[in-house]
Write a new protein. Structure first.
Length: 318
């Protein structure tokens, strides 16, 4: 029987559906492949938080906090002077909730450090900042939980698109550190404060307050570290005189933090330890000169904590 060419041709509607299905399948496979590839790059980066998950962040002394803590130390310098490995996971924008997730993940992937130095700023964070670290959802169930609780829409899109899961403000720094493998040797804030920055602070001072939920989680993190056998030191980093002109906020914040901490955890107030412009990048961040000036003070309290840790370990062995 003769069949016309018109009847033999596939229907245009069926072709469109077939094309759409194939396109979506290709899109799905490409997303999974790119997402997987990026997550592996994140894991192999020298970026400090990536090393946490690679198990290459083992240290006797761990430093944590936000950009204030990041500007406070160069871990390799402390390592040389102490003779004990020092590692920093301090990162810009870290709040107490995000910090706790990273600390718990650290303890799962490395032996507990002897000493952890915690700068107080995460307890003063006005908001939860996990979405800024959403790249690490691919490596951490805790970070997925933090992102879901803070920004559910990001968690939803991250489930649908694995490429989106690794996207965050941290990603460029992470990718740079795949090649530039010096994360612990370099630090931010190497400039010098000027009259304009001081004037801006005086006009619009960025005075933080203790956030009750953040402080509660900050204190929880301290207790979890203690349970792992770690000595915890809490630090209030140096501030430029412009930032502590009205010192009432500093005293109030430290009083509330002290009250929340276990009684055997010291809080060292270095907020007024440095005063000259040459030590600061801006009113709350040290520069290279400031870090060098603060180092002897930090070394003194870290050495004492290491001695206590070593003495307790020796007693337990006996």
């Amino acid at each position: 029987m003769f069949v016309s060419d018109e009847n033999a041709k596939p229907k245009p509607r069926f072709q469109a559906i077939k094309f759409a299905v194939l396109f979506l399948l290709c899109l799905f496979l490409a997303d999974r492949a790119v997402g997987y590839g990026l997550s592996q790059l994140v894991r192999t980066s020298d970026y400090r938080l990536s090393r946490l998950y690679a198990g290459t962040a083992k240290a006797d002394v761990l430093v944590t906090g936000n950009s204030v803590a990041n500007a406070m130390v160069i871990p390799t310098n402390l390592t040389k002077t102490l003779g004990s490995p020092v590692f920093s996971i301090a990162s810009h924008g870290m709040d107490s909730f995000t910090q706790q997730a990273f600390l718990e993940d650290y303890l799962e992937n490395q032996p507990a450090p002897k000493v952890v130095v915690m700068e107080i700023r995460p307890a003063l964070s006005p908001m939860r900042t996990a979405p800024a670290f959403s790249t690490f959802q691919s490596l951490s169930q805790r970070m997925r939980t933090q992102v879901r609780e803070t920004e559910p829409s990001i968690a939803t899109w991250s489930t649908v698109f694995h490429t989106f899961r690794v996207n965050s403000p941290q990603l460029p720094n992470i990718l740079i550190k795949i090649i530039d493998r010096d994360d612990q040797r370099t630090g931010p804030s190497n400039g010098k404060i000027n009259a304009s920055l001081i004037h801006q602070w005086q006009i619009r001072p960025n005075v933080p307050e203790v956030a009750p939920a953040q402080l509660r989680v900050f204190a929880e993190s301290v207790r979890k570290l203690q349970a792992a056998g770690t000595k915890v030191i809490v630090i209030a980093a140096p501030l430029h005189p412009a930032a502590r002109k009205d010192g009432a906020w500093i005293a109030k914040a430290e009083r509330e933090v002290r009250a929340a901490l276990p009684g055997d955890v010291p809080l060292f107030d270095f907020s007024a330890a440095l005063s000259e412009d040459q030590y600061f990048e801006d009113p709350i961040h040290l520069n290279r000169t400031g870090r060098a000036a603060l180092e002897p003070l930090l070394l003194k309290v870290i050495r004492k904590a290491l001695e206590r840790s070593d003495n307790e370990s020796s007693s337990q062995k006996k």
